[in-house]
Design a protein around this ligand. Structure first.
Ligand code: IMP
Ligand code: MG
Length: 175
């Protein structure tokens, strides 16, 4: 069986600095106009908790739960909605909060579904933008950290449901 090694790719200090910057950008862009953050569970639960505390704009929050991966490290391309929004997004300024955009299938699927519900505006904020395997033409409006390739865990991100509790983000390497 392959051995796994992990090394820190993004430290908790780096993450905190980027989250603060994103909060400031969102505050600057929306001012006093109320926004609705839509967290994509489970991966974004730590990110949205930290981000919302860096935003001074009045904010409400709701969650959706999507799953695509199974237990592998590549997308299955099949997106399953496991939990719907509880609040209406109609006429609201909505920001989708994602942990990571990889192939882009998850985000595209959610984005198109939300658009049909007629938000006043719809933007996307992702902590990590992983660029190497993008398969659909979709870009987040707010990006914390860009990376090329590799599977990462920690700060909400899992491998087969584990490691979400690690405070730093690690790169997994199979050796
Ligand atoms: P996409 O549909 O391929 O863009 O995948 C998005 C989802 O896949 C994310 O919301 C994550 O749950 C998961 N994902 C993609 N890359 C990674 C990774 O490197 N570590 C952990 N989860 C990942
Ligand atoms: Mg996941």
């Amino acid at each position: 069986m392959a051995e796994q090694t992990r090394k820190i790719l993004f430290s908790r200090e780096t993450i905190a600095a980027e989250v603060k910057r994103l909060g400031q950008e969102i505050t600057r862009d929306y001012g006093d106009e109320e926004i609705m953050l839509v967290g994509v569970l489970k991966g974004s639960f730590l990110f949205i908790a930290d981000l919302i505390r860096e935003i001074e704009t009045p904010s409400v929050v709701d969650f959706v739960r999507l799953a695509s991966y199974g237990s592998g490290t590549r997308t299955s391309g099949i997106i399953e909605f496991r939990k719907e929004l509880e609040m209406s997004i109609r006429d609201r300024h909505v920001i989708v909060v994602e942990d990571i955009v990889d192939s882009g299938y998850t985000l595209e699927c959610l984005y198109n579904k939300l658009l049909l519900q007629e938000p006043r505006s719809l933007r996307v904020c992702t902590l990590i933008d992983k660029r190497a395997h993008r398969e659909v033409d979709i870009e987040a409006d707010y990006i914390g950290i860009s990376m090329e390739d590799g599977f990462i865990i920690g700060y909400g991100l899992d491998h087969d449901e584990r490691y979400r509790n690690l405070p730093d983000i690690y790169l997994i390497e199979e050796t």
